[in-house]
Ligand binder design. Sequence first.
Ligand code: ACO
Length: 355
Amino acid sequence: MSIGLDDVIAAETILSHVDGEAGRLIIRGHDLEELAGRVSYEDAMALLWDGLVPLATDARTALGQGRARAFALLSPLAPHLRGLTPVEGMRLLLAALPDSDGAPATLAVGGAAVAAAMAVRGAQGLSPLAPDPAAGHAADLLRMLRGATPDANEAKALDTYLVTILDHGLNASTFTARVVASTEAGLLSAVVAGLCALKGPLHGGAPGPVLDMLDDIGTADRAEAWLDAAIGRNERLMGFGHRVYKVRDPRADVLKGAVSRLKGRDNRIAFAEAVEATALQVLARRKPGRRLDTNVEFYTALLLEALGVPREGFTPLFGAGRTGGWVAHAVEQAKTGRIIRPQSRYLGPWPAEAA
Ligand code: ACO
């Protein structure tokens, strides 16, 4: 038995592999570093989907159409976003998309981008912006979210981020999506379920709290005392630790590189690096033998902050990128034709034996 399913193999996949000892992420035969920053999100998604999810046209056009179709379905719901956090708003919007659409895969990924942007704006009381189906997916997502058209460097940074988080083995949200897909509930249902699993702070909800931590620490000289006290209170340091990686998460370095290429971030990165180095020392001292290192969320926080995304919008953007992975896994799982149905060990009382 394995509570938490550590080391349990619950699916076979051709999609991605996480090597936690080597600090390596392989996507369809490519190391992450060969893809992130080198190919667009659309092309990485098409690679991931190859042979599993057919596309009627090239991936960029198909996703543009998906965003346009999703916006037509979702924009009337904008008034319902008031009072919801962005991730709650995104959940509401994705749940309104039909499982029965003719092109559910691109509706899901296009819809996740539209829903993320709408939900971030809706939480600020702003009306939604229509997609530009001809634009690149990352650039259009950032424009729909912020209002202003991003420059080429900003669009490239978000594109790098979206590719970096496209897929990652059988993580909690992907497993959730596969469970739902295994019941033949439909693709959009699997994606909604994935987002629900992603939103927790132990998974995709961590990057906002990373910035809260950096703000609270304030200056590098306060880092050691702050981090030590947090561990003393039994708190988890956000952006550190991982179930599978026992060394540094390779996605952290890819994202650190991407944020370093944006202008005006040198001081912020230097401060974050100082906090990171101190956190690793404190964790090694206070949690010896646990092999805790930096995960993807630490530099995600710095990247999305640099792009002007409000911190409550970080998880929706993670969901927008990961939807491409959830879709591929849901389709792969559904093809097995086998429902995921594990067992539990009963610890409760037994009925009294009949006399
Ligand atoms: N800060 C401090 N201590 C930690 C941290 C952390 N970030 N992560 C794990 N530990 C400690 C635990 O307290 C535990 O210590 P103990 O042996 O004294 O009880 C030990 O390390 C093992 O912890 P587990 O809970 O068994 O580790 P698990 O593999 O279940 O947790 C997780 C992985 C949830 C990611 C954890 O490291 C964590 O909570 N990190 C902080 C949140 C975070 O950054 N989440 C994003 C993860 S990346 C992603 O999902 C996209």
